[in-house]
Design a protein around this ligand. Structure first.
Ligand code: NAG
Length: 132
């Protein structure tokens, strides 16, 4: 019985994070949001409707994140949301790809997401990011 309750809580937390539809500040979401913050460069990239390493098609306009090999962990973060902050602005992106050339805490973000933080021409920005 105790196991069932724990399992239900885990499943609920998983979906609460995956869907992100509700602004409700549930304890489950808080526990997961209390992950470390990483500091690295975010590089603008153009997935151009190709398949990402997570296995689905990525459009430039999607808010897509590509993780470095150091964070890739066999794709365990695919579909997970990332909060990316730059200069007082935030975007909510979804892990959809790997960035093989990235330094450990560096990320690639699709042009659509990049544009929400800085002009495209800037190309690279120093960001703070966390899994949510
Ligand atoms: C996103 O990051 C900013 C600062 O880095 C933080 O203030 C905010 O609470 C974060 N949001 C989430 C959902 O983690």
């Amino acid at each position: 019985m105790r196991f069932s309750i724990l399992f239900f809580t885990a499943v609920t937390a998983f979906f609460a994070v995956g869907v992100q539809a509700s602004p409700v500040d549930s304890p489950e979401v808080n526990i997961i949001a209390r992950t470390p913050y990483f500091h690295g460069n975010a590089v603008c990239y153009y997935p151009n409707g190709n398949y990402g390493a997570c296995g689905w098609v990525l459009q430039n306009s999607d808010f897509v994140i590509a993780l470095s090999p150091a964070h890739w962990d066999n794709g365990v973060h695919c579909g997970q949301h990332l909060n990316v902050t730059y200069n007082g602005k935030n975007i909510d992106g979804i892990v959809g790809d790997i960035c093989s050339a990235c330094a450990p805490d560096q990320i690639y973000i699709s042009s659509g997401a990049f544009e929400a933080l800085a002009p495209l021409g800037v190309g690279v920005i120093p960001v703070v990011w966390n899994f949510t």
